[in-house]
Ligand binder design. Sequence first.
Ligand code: FMN
Ligand code: MN
Length: 477
Amino acid sequence: MENQDLRSWLARMEAAGELQHVSGAERMEEIGGIVDIYQRKMGRQALLFDEVPGFQRGYRVLANVLTSVRRIAMTLGLPENATEMDLVRYWRNYIGGADTHKPEVVKTGKLLENVLYGKDIDLLKIPTPRWHEGDGGPYIGTGCMVIMKDPDSGWINYGAYRGQVFDRDIATVMCSKGKHGDLLMQKYFQRGERCPIAVVVGVHPALFMVAGLEIPYGKNEYEAAGALIGEPVQVIEGPITGLPIPAHAEIAYEGFISPDDRIDEGPLGEWTGYYCSGKSPQPVIRVASMLHRNDPVLLGVVPAVPPNDDSYYRGHFRAGAVWRQLEGAGIPGVTGVWSHEAGGGRYWLTVSVKQMYPGHSKQVGLVAGQVHAAAYCNRYVVVVDDDINPADMDQVVWAMCTRVDPREDVEILKGCWSTRLDPMAYPEEQPVLNSRMVIDACRPWIRRDSFPAVARSSAGLDARIREKFAHVLPTGA
Ligand SMILES: Cc1cc2nc3c(=O)[nH]c(=O)nc-3n(C[C@H](O)[C@H](O)[C@H](O)COP(=O)(O)O)c2cc1C
Ligand SMILES: [Mn+2]
């Protein structure tokens, strides 16, 4: 319960000095404007907005949530002083979806404090922000869980798919082609049936995190979330659809999507930092019930120029998954993987390797950007020796400047997997493709014994100085 209730998360963050309260910001420009400035640097506090003009006091908006290593670590139950590489190692070892973590169906939950039907449904009473000035309108679904059920197998899936709110009982959902939500929806439409759907827009960030991660097809994200929080997720059955909804969630709505029901949706500023995909007709949810706690909190996880809340935590996950998949491809010697935050956790990948044979570092570079976790929308892969910390960009750039012969060490790959959200995807191609660069920034194998020595103190001297001159050295040095 402690691990599933957003209020307990808020209380922990408050106690840790990780939460900033803001009163009086209006929701069409000011909330988004504040969040955008906060997001320009990782490590700043989470933001809780209250007293939004025109809305009931106590109806709040939480944003800038997973934009600090410390908050992500606390959300995952890791030590508060965990490093970025600790997060990567956590995800490398995380195997979601164990059967032992099946959700537990309960009859009561704070979410049931208010259950509204028919004319009482009112999504517009939530102070939903328009997150960026160029957005097509307020987006209630960013930090969301969109829940659907496979009509054949009964498999339950949830994912984060954006949702624009249009009226008291009308919202859209935008699932990209091939996402599990899209595949499930199509199954209903092919039978000429309406698709039942439940959307949760205020929830503990650990449950949300799983919504944005690529959990394999056929796996229930609730089990993956249970494995993450170390206890079964408690769910109630949606009163209209019967779909499982977290019992301690803040706000949820459920209803149906008819096969031909579409509204022009968008644009929404995207995780790449651009408006690339524009406005298009998207499926409409006709809301049949709305549920919320007293004084509900809307969770916003806002895409923006990266690093941003949408991509930052997923970069650590991606790095861990690439590491695991490189090992799964039988490649030895990988000592670290980093997915740089300014590339939205996708465009830039650094892999460190202990070179073991000629061609090893080139092999790592060519494969790393093509394993499943990295293949979509990558641009650069950089391979560095194991004396370089891949998460330290100063060290990575130093290696790129001093260990690369561009004649030998740079490969351009063409025709790779991309998306219409990628501003540099080939504009004329359908489906969209892009090109990439693989940079081998390891010392050349043939010069491994004769390469110039590094002008830095030895580990032994470091240790002796730390011991004897601790009182002189800057903290953390
Ligand atoms: C904040 C946020 C917003 C997202 N918005 C969308 C979206 O609008 N459409 C989409 O297809 N994927 C979106 N994603 C990515 C999906 O959530 C992600 O690919 C996830 O794996 C989908 O779940 P699935 O694998 O069960 O389909 C978003 C992710 C995050 C974290
Ligand atoms: Mn899924």
